[in-house]
Design a protein around this ligand. Structure first.
Ligand code: FE
Ligand code: FE
Ligand code: ZN
Length: 297
């Protein structure tokens, strides 16, 4: 069965329960959440995440917590040259792993980090050291840290499969790391997702191993291949196109892997119900954005 959902928010007093309700409204059977604002590291205590109510609602809706994904905030950087900031990132990611486990979620997506100053090898080493420390501090957890493939904006680490492989090779307990494969990012990084997804996956398999992929971020891109820009577009409206993205979504090697949409809102409205419908129908609707605009309350 296709495991399909989107990024949803967690807010108000309902918190995690609100995320489940949002996913149900989109007719999704999985979803991804940040445990707070993605741009900051302020987090509510675990007791206030409303986890039990969310788990009950998921059971009613047929959503399995093991298919869900947490995303770490994107401002944290395990490769920060300042040792105090690296230490903060380690402590914060440790807490995020504990929160993820408390939510019964089994993976947390992490942007590997940024090579501030440009020394990419040093950054790879610091990222692996940070991951090792987080894993050591959470020995009783099975949560996997899913390193995301990045577009290569600025000094982002994880633009190439080789770089992800280099990090993973330095991790002591490799059962605790996996990869989040983002279609927009890999396209922007230069890989030919549009016309040769099988070839890209063959390369990924040689370099990293395709069984490492634990989640896909399915996004179209506003930019040409290799632009290193990281600007997501709604499915079928960008340079990847609907048919190429459907090939990723339906690829027989990844049926068990959750597919998460992180496409932009249309006129302030979430596009996910409409995009999930297009995927289930297997048909692109060129009027999708106009319809969302008209439905605007
Ligand atoms: Fe991400
Ligand atoms: Fe992503
Ligand atoms: Zn992105």
């Amino acid at each position: 069965m296709l495991k399909l959902g989107s990024h949803v928010s967690m807010g108000g007093n309902d918190m995690f329960l609100a995320s489940v309700e949002e996913a149900v409204r989109y007719d999704a059977n999985t979803f991804m959440v940040y445990t707070g604002a993605p741009q900051n590291t302020f987090r509510k205590p675990i007791e206030r995440l409303n986890i039990d109510a969310a788990l009950n609602r998921m059971q009613e809706a047929g959503i399995v917590p093991a298919d869900l994904v947490v995303h770490a905030p994107y401002i944290m950087n395990l490769a920060n040259p300042d040792p105090e900031k690296r230490d903060f990132a380690i402590r914060f990611l440790t807490d995020e792993v504990i929160r993820t486990a408390a939510m019964h979620v089994t993976q947390i997506v992490l942007h590997p980090g940024s090579a501030v100053g440009g020394d990419r090898l040093q950054a790879v080493t610091w990222i692996a050291e940070g991951l090792n420390e987080v894993i050591r501090r959470t020995p009783d957890q099975t949560v996997r840290i899913a390193l995301e493939t990045m577009a290569g904006k600025g000094n982002e680490i994880g633009k190439t499969f080789e770089e992800l492989a280099a990090i993973i090779a330095l991790v002591d307990d490799q059962r605790r790391v996996s990869v989040c494969f983002d279609t927009c990012h890999t396209h922007d990084a230069g890989y030919d997702i549009k016309d040769d997804f099988d070839g890209v996956i063959a390369a990924f398999d040689r370099i990293v191993g395709k069984d490492r992929i634990s989640v896909f971020h399915v996004n179209d891109s506003k930019n040409v291949r290799g632009a290193a820009k990281d600007r997501h577009e709604n499915l079928g409206f960008g340079f990847l196109g609907f048919d190429s993205l459907m090939k990723v979504i339906l690829h027989p090697a990844f049926t068990h892997v959750p597919k998460i949409l992180e496409t932009p809102y249309v006129e302030g409205q979430p596009p996910y119900a409409a995009e999930i419908k297009m995927i289930k129908d297997g048909r692109f609707d060129p009027d999708m954005k106009d319809k969302i605009g008209q439905e605007k309350p």
